[in-house]
Design a protein around this ligand. Structure first.
Ligand SMILES: [Zn+2]
Length: 164
C-alpha cells in the first residue's frame, strides 16, 4: 500500500487476482456533498463519543464518507472481469482494502473537511477563553500530507466549545 500524489496502490483483492496491483485515484477536490457529510459525521462523532473521542473512534463516523465521496476512479474488477462501479465498492471490496482507501483519503481531505468547522467554532468563540486553542489548530495547516494535519487532531482541538 502506497500513495503517490492522488493515487493509492494496493495489493490486488479482485477475484482470481488478475492484477499485479490495483490503483485508486482520489478526486482533485472533495465534492460539496462529501464535505458537508464529513462535517456532519464529525459533529455526530463529537456528540456521541464525548470523552471517548479519539482518532480511531472518529474513523467509524467519517471513513464511510470518504469511501462514498472521495474517489475518482479505481481498477478493481469483479469475478467476470468487469470493472467494479464506485457505488458498489462497499459491497464488493474486502474491509482492509476499504480501510486503506479511507485512511489515505483522510490524509488527503481530512484538513480540508474540518477547516470550515474549525472556522465556525473559532468565530463563535472568538472572545472566549478557548480562542487560543482554536487558533493553534487553525495555524497547523502547513503540511496537509503530514500525519499531524489529519482531521482528528483538528477536531479534538475544537470539541471543547461544543461539549463545554
Ligand atoms: Zn485487482
Amino acid at each position: 500500500m502506497a500513495i503517490e500524489g492522488r493515487t493509492l496502490t494496493v495489493e490486488c483483492p479482485c477475484p482470481g487476482t488478475p492484477h499485479e496491483v490495483d490503483t485508486v485515484v482520489f478526486r482533485a477536490v472533495m465534492p460539496l456533498a462529501g464535505g458537508v457529510a464529513g462535517i456532519s459525521a464529525m459533529i455526530e462523532a463529537v456528540k456521541a463519543l464525548g470523552e471517548a473521542f479519539s482518532g480511531i473512534a472518529l474513523a467509524g463516523y467519517i471513513f464511510p464518507v470518504y469511501l462514498a465521496h472521495a474517489i475518482e476512479s479505481w481498477t478493481f474488477t469483479d469475478a467476470a472481469g468487469a470493472p467494479v462501479p464506485l457505488a458498489d465498492g462497499d459491497r464488493v471490496l474486502p474491509f482492509p482494502v476499504k480501510y486503506s482507501i479511507a485512511d489515505a483519503a483522510d490524509d488527503l481531505f481530512g484538513a480540508e473537511i474540518s477547516s470550515p468547522l474549525v472556522q465556525m467554532i473559532a468565530r463563535s468563540s472568538a472572545a472566549g477563553p478557548t480562542a487560543s486553542s482554536t487558533s493553534r489548530s487553525r495555524g497547523s495547516g502547513a503540511s496537509r500530507r503530514s500525519r499531524s494535519a489529519r482531521s482528528s487532531p483538528d477536531v479534538s482541538a475544537v470539541t471543547e466549545p461544543l461539549t463545554g
